[in-house]
Unconditional design. Structure first.
Length: 230
């Protein structure tokens, strides 16, 4: 088999398969608590009806004011994303934080499961985000069918970028959706060990010695102190 010439463009990455859940609900619930401290709010009761995925209406209660985030009980509410919304959330994760040579993608770490748990939780912050995020996912899924004639899991990397990328410069609900889901994806990703490693965070690691600030930092500090007359 002949090798591609150096001038050949890199092969187009294959479109990912429909999203498969990566984390269990206990992990997702603890993740929601870390990212938003949502479960610290008082218990609420929410009715889930046809507006959110066509499911029969059921009552869902929150944990109350003193949840156990180390060993959380099973969630008392259902996850509400449809199959299409979850797949589209995975596509958004692929666009916002794709895999690199040194770090896995947000999809691979289960961030779509976190997003599903986030919009399903019956707390004020999540209730406010729910229509914004689910509506944005529905518009993206419809846009994939309209523009490319395929569902979001079948989009190539280039098609995915063409669909989601322009939202960063959009207006109104599309811009609000993009900013919110980007913030949630990044916030969730960088609370994981893999996210810590990606940014070089080494907290909670014992060190035999502390070398202190570098000579460059000390020189800068001295200049600033002199400028302030200190």
């Amino acid at each position: 088999m002949s090798q591609p010439l150096p001038t050949d463009p890199p092969p187009e990455p294959q479109a990912p398969e429909p999203y498969v859940s990566k984390i269990d609900r206990r992990t997702a619930l603890a993740w929601v608590g870390v990212v938003g401290a949502a479960a610290a709010v008082g218990a609420g009761v929410v009715v889930y009806g046809p507006k959110f995925g066509g499911r029969p209406a059921v009552e869902a209660k929150g944990y109350g004011t003193d949840p156990n985030l180390v060993h959380p009980a099973p969630a008392p509410w259902p996850r509400i994303m449809t199959r299409a919304q979850l797949d589209t959330a995975a596509a958004a994760c692929d666009h916002i934080l794709p895999a690199t040579a040194t770090a896995p993608s947000a999809r691979a770490l289960g961030v779509p499961d976190f997003l599903n748990e986030w919009v399903s939780a019956p707390y004020p912050e999540q209730l406010k985000d729910r229509p914004l995020i689910l509506g944005g996912l529905d518009r993206l899924a419809a846009g994939a069918q309209r523009r490319f004639g395929k569902p979001t899991p079948a989009l190539s990397a280039a098609e995915r970028a063409a669909l989601i990328g322009p939202l960063a410069a959009a207006k109104g609900a599309d811009l609000a959706f993009f900013r919110r889901i980007r913030r949630l994806v990044i916030g969730a990703y960088y609370t994981t060990p893999q996210g810590f490693k990606d940014i070089g965070y080494i907290g909670n690691v014992a060190r035999a010695r502390d070398p202190g600030p570098s000579d460059e930092v000390l020189a800068h500090l001295e200049r600033e102190l002199a400028r302030l007359g200190l």
